[in-house]
Design a binder for this molecule. Structure first.
Ligand code: 6PG
Length: 241
C-alpha cells in the first residue's frame, strides 16, 4: 500500500493524471474502471484540460466500477458526469466506452455488464483483470457501490451485483470484490475532511474498520495506492507516508 498526500485537490489531480498518463503509455490497450460521485470531477477536468494530446486515448477503454440505475441523461448518472467532465473533451473512440446501462432493469444489467467484462478484459487465472480500478470512499466506508449494510455483496461469486443505497434506496450496479482485487492497480482517490475518520480507521485498522467494504480492497497481486488531499489525510500519522 502506497499513500500519497497532496496539499489540494488540484495538486492531487495533476499528479494522478501524470501517473495515469505514464501507466497508459506502457500498454497498447489500457482498461480502466472509473469511479463516480463528485471526487473524480476535478480529476476529469484536469485530464480534459491538460492531457487531451499527452494521452493516446485510442489506447484507453473506459468502464465504470459502479453506476446508478438511472438513464444516462439523469443528473445522477456517473456516465453523464464523465461525459460532461471528460469524454466530451477528449478524442476517444465511441467503441472504447463501455458504460453500465443504468436505464436497463438492474439485475439484467448486472448480468450483461459482467459479460462485457468477461468478453473485453484480459484474464488472469480465469478472472477479468483491469489495468486500473479507480475507487472513491464514501463517508460511511463504502466503495464502488458496495455499502456496509450489504457488505456480503463484496464476496459475491458474480462479477457485478445489484446494490441498494442505504438512505435513498436507489439501485446501483457495482463490480464486486473479485474484480476489484484482481486489478493490476487499484487507486483510491479521496478528498475532503468528511472522509478523514474513515481513512484513519481503514488504513490504521482501527474502530469499526471491518464493517467498511473499503477495507476489503486488497489487490491479490496488484498495487494499492491512496491519493489523499490534506483534509482526507488529516488523521493519518506521518509515519504512514
Ligand atoms: C458513486 C461512487 C461512490 C463514490 C463515493 C465517494 O457512484 O457514488 O462510485 O463509490 O466514489 O460515494 O463519493 P464522493 O466522491 O462524491 O465523495
Amino acid at each position: 500500500m502506497t499513500l500519497k498526500e497532496y496539499k489540494s485537490k488540484q495538486e492531487l489531480a495533476l499528479d494522478f493524471s501524470s501517473y495515469l498518463a505514464k501507466m497508459i503509455a506502457t500498454k497498447d490497450t489500457f482498461h480502466i474502471a472509473l469511479s463516480g460521485g463528485s471526487t473524480p470531477k476535478v480529476i476529469f477536468d484536469v485530464l480534459a484540460a491538460n492531457f487531451q494530446t499527452k494521452i493516446d486515448w485510442s489506447r484507453v477503454h473506459l468502464y465504470w466500477g459502479d453506476e446508478r440505475c438511472v438513464p444516462p441523461s439523469d443528473d445522477d448518472s456517473n456516465y453523464k458526469m464523465t461525459v460532461s467532465h471528460l469524454i466530451a473533451k477528449i478524442d476517444i473512440p465511441q467503441e472504447n466506452i463501455h458504460r453500465i446501462k443504468g436505464e436497463n432493469e438492474p439485475s439484467y444489467e448486472a448480468e450483461r455488464y459482467a459479460a462485457v467484462l468477461d468478453g473485453h478484459l484480459p484474464k488472469v487465472a480465469g478472472v477479468p483483470q483491469f489495468d486500473l480500478v479507480i475507487l472513491g470512499l464514501g463517508d460511511d466506508g463504502h466503495t464502488a457501490s458496495i455499502f456496509p449494510h450489504e457488505i456480503e455483496l463484496w464476496h459475491s461469486k458474480k462479477y457485478c451485483e445489484v446494490a441498494n443505497h442505504p438512505v435513498s434506496g436507489q439501485k446501483r450496479v457495482s463490480i464486486t470484490g473479485q474484480i476489484i482485487n484482481q486489478a493490476a492497480t487499484v487507486a483510491f482517490l479521496v478528498t475532503g475532511e468528511n472522509k478523514a475518520d474513515k481513512v484513519e480507521e481503514i488504513i490504521q485498522k482501527k474502530g469499526d474498520f471491518e464493517k467498511y467494504p473499503a477495507h476489503l480492497v486488497a489487490p491479490h497481486f496488484g498495487k494499492l495506492l491512496w491519493f489523499l488531499d490534506a483534509d482526507a489525510a488529516a488523521k493519518i500519522t506521518s509515519t504512514q507516508f
